[in-house]
Design a protein around this ligand. Structure first.
Ligand SMILES: NC(=O)c1ccc[n+]([C@@H]2O[C@H](COP(=O)([O-])OP(=O)(O)OC[C@H]3O[C@@H](n4cnc5c(N)ncnc54)[C@H](O)[C@@H]3O)[C@@H](O)[C@H]2O)c1
Length: 303
């Protein structure tokens, strides 16, 4: 299936942009789910990570998530794993991204890591490639500043787990063109997502609030005000949240929470974002949440 999105369709001119091939960079928690969701919506995907073993794990993770989604969602019931798997190519070399029309980047939440990735992408990708940054907090404008065409860069903050969440926070950087916003929001709608466009400031809407909530909940455990299960129960039963903040932190990855708080702390120079020492200690101990098998709760690492 070819997914064709035209600026003409969007009423902003005659230029036609075909998004046939999507590059996904980073095959961790988010990259694997984004690639799977794209393939399930008919797109061909090239996924790149630095490590062959991570790519093997990513393929296994996609297969498990796909089986789970098949049980949960009617949309997935008619799909066949072998057909989906064939749509996804796994690579460790960036040159595999030379022909992609759109990149969705999902590497580690660290400015130096992202900077090195965009410096490589800048050299390898076509001039007209669009770049969608999946980041929790890092400024889209700062990333766009690294690129030859900063107008082609925007943020797409997907929600975790990607195949189950429709919301995508779309972040318009200082240089992002209207055409890029229109094209990528149309593309996201073709994946059955609901894009909400906001302006660029570190943390955007979601994570300026969510990271503070998770950090403050960790302070509650640190100060022995409540046990993790009690803090989370209060949010679920008291405020109707689907998940408590500590379970959410475990799902996102406590290393990603720490890095996000550090980005917010540095960006705003505001002590309200100071990471709780208990969070730092847990990350130092390798207690990263669901992905490591242990965080505030214990998980079966096979899932
Ligand atoms: N985890 C979440 O719930 C969540 C939600 C929304 C957005 N995000 C954002 O998405 C991004 C990825 O988060 P994640 O949770 O998937 O992290 P993760 O740690 O699970 O995965 C990051 C991946 O990036 C890879 N990587 C590192 N350097 C690379 C390079 N130079 N080239 C290619 N791959 C490289 C790593 O090998 C790893 O597989 C982060 O910016 C994060 O803030 C995360």
């Amino acid at each position: 299936m070819t997914n064709e999105i035209t600026h003409g369709n969007l009423g902003i001119g005659e230029v036609t942009l075909k998004i046939n091939l999507v590059g996904v960079v980073g095959a961790g928690v988010m990259g694997s789910d984004v690639a799977l969701d794209l393939a399930c919506n008919g797109y061909r995907v090239v996924i790149v990570d630095i490590d062959e073993m991570i790519l093997d794990k990513s393929d296994e993770k996609m297969k498990k998530t796909f089986s789970l989604m098949k049980m949960m969602s009617p949309k997935y019931r008619s799909l066949d794993w072998n057909v989906i798997d064939e749509k996804i190519e796994f690579h460790t070399e960036y040159k595999a991204l030379s022909h992609v029309d759109l990149i969705i980047e999902n590497v580690t939440e660290d400015w130096n890591v992202k900077k090195a990735v965009y410096e490589e992408l800048r050299e390898v990708c076509k001039e007209e490639t669009l770049f969608a940054v999946n980041t929790s907090c890092i400024s889209i404008t700062k990333i766009a500043g690294l690129m030859k065409r900063p107008d082609n860069v925007l943020g797409t903050h997907f929600m975790n787990p990607v195949p189950m969440k429709t919301l995508v926070e779309v972040i318009k950087g200082h240089h992002t063109s209207e055409a890029t916003v229109e094209t990528v929001t149309a593309f996201l709608k073709s994946m059955n997502k609901v894009p909400v466009v906001v302006n660029d400031f570190p943390g955007f809407v979601t994570n300026r609030v969510l990271m503070l909530t998770i950090n403050e909940s960790i302070w509650l455990v640190h100060d022995r005000v409540g046990r993790p299960q009690d803090v989370d129960k209060i949010f679920r039963l008291g405020f109707g949240h689907e998940m408590g903040p500590l379970a959410t932190g475990d799902l996102i990855g406590l290393d990603t929470i720490l890095k996000s708080l550090e980005v917010l702390h540095d960006s705003y120079n505001d002590p309200k974002y100071r990471p709780c020492p208990l969070l730092r200690k847990m990350v130092d101990a390798g207690l990263l949440g669901k992905k490591s098998g242990q965080g505030f709760y214990t998980y079966d690492k096979r899932n």
